[in-house]
Write a protein that binds this ligand. Sequence first.
Ligand code: GLA
Length: 393
Amino acid sequence: MNGDWSHRIVVPGRVNLIGEHIDYAGLSVLPMAIDRRLTLDLRPRSDGLVRIVNAQVELGERGVRLSDPGVALPAGDWGNYVRAAAIGLAEAGLPAGGFDGRLTTDLPPAAGLSSSSALVVASALGMMVAAETELPDALTLAAILARAEGHTGTRGGGMDQAAILAGRRGMAVRIDFDPLAATPIPIPDGWSFIVGHSLEQAEKSGTVQATYNARRGEVENALRVAVAAIPGTPNDATYAELLEEHSAAELTRDAAEFDAPLGSRFRHVVSEADRVRAATECLRSNDVAGFGRLMLASHASLCDEFEVSTASLDALVGEACEGGALGARLTGAGLGGCVVVLVRTVDAPVVMRHLAGTFYASRGVVPTRDHLFLASPAGGARVESSARGPTVC
Ligand code: GLA
């Protein structure tokens, strides 16, 4: 750590392996924290002001006064994520202190790899470290910060914060909701995940934010329609309860009667929940081909039923398979951003060369390490201080 700073907060991004757009329906998902991170070096200050300088000079400096976080900046401005952390901690009654900080990252922004949630998590950890308060456990903090991130205008679920805070080296983490739980599952030797950027930004502002919030509304409305349509279902039944009583195949048949687009959204949610269950089994039994098929089915459903894919994401998935991948799918909210590709480790160089020579070459791009990289499962967020050793949240 540079001598000017007393603390360093290191926060990973995540790729979601399977279980997309179902966390806000309370259904389990299977992400992993990755070895790409955001690093916040900081020095506490005593006047309750948080000032963070972004090492990417063009992104400048942002500040927030903890006693009065003020109004939001324009949608998409990175300062809104710092502000959201301050509001979230205050709402949860957690102490927060001011600091001067410097932010560096090798996590591509607006790529569906949770750079926004990583910034909320890093800011909040910085504020708590500066206040010299004891950190809550990872999942308690994840729930608080999932609510906090709502102050940026995106009605997100709780997957990203939980994956980032509860990540384990070498493992995927199944996240369950109501109650929030994290179960690490080892990634077998010989499996590798490649991340490929579609070259389209998935900024969580503007149309992407509007579409995301609209999809969440549709998923909630589809549940109401299902509850009314399926005899004997209590009015307040959740998706998880429906899936306890009925198979995904039965529910999918029922959805044929729902008005568009609610039937499609409902089919995606219940079938994706089923794929997460099956994929978890594949991971546990080292069935790499089975996991790959489920990823492809997930992508098809996100494209046809949930309508959050793009031509570039579809092309990347197609080329990955042509090049020898076992499966691939968009990861994160979609509408741009990245795909995650499953390969046998020995095949990784060939698949990456194939993507470089096809998808990227045809778009005149020589892929950099921000476009195409191997993502390894990493540990969760941690705090290092010059006085103490590292603290894992
Ligand atoms: C974003 C949200 C998550 C989740 C995914 C889609 O990453 O922050 O909560 O809904 O989209 O699965």
